[in-house]
Design a protein around this ligand. Structure first.
Ligand SMILES: [Zn+2]
Length: 76
């Protein structure tokens, strides 16, 4: 079984773990490294707006009232 060292993770892997690169034979990085690079390039999808979550966040963030420049003076 032929193995090849990946340039990304420097593991010795069988040739089946490397994507084909047309006439050049095989890519220098394995499938796992290629997938990692693809995932890093792809932005995360936008989060869908959830009214219940917005209400919970507003309740939490405004529990003690809106933010004020003057410090809270609970003691004294
Ligand atoms: Zn790799």
């Amino acid at each position: 079984m032929d193995t090849k060292r990946c340039t990304g993770c420097s593991r010795c892997l069988p040739l089946e773990s490397f994507p084909n690169a047309g006439k050049r034979g095989k890519e220098p990085t394995c499938f796992m490294c290629t997938n990692d690079a693809r995932r890093l390039r792809t932005p995360l999808p936008a989060i869908k707006r959830d009214p219940a979550l917005i209400r919970i966040n507003n309740t939490f963030n405004l529990w003690h009232g809106p933010v004020s420049r003057t410090p809270l003076r609970i003691a004294a």
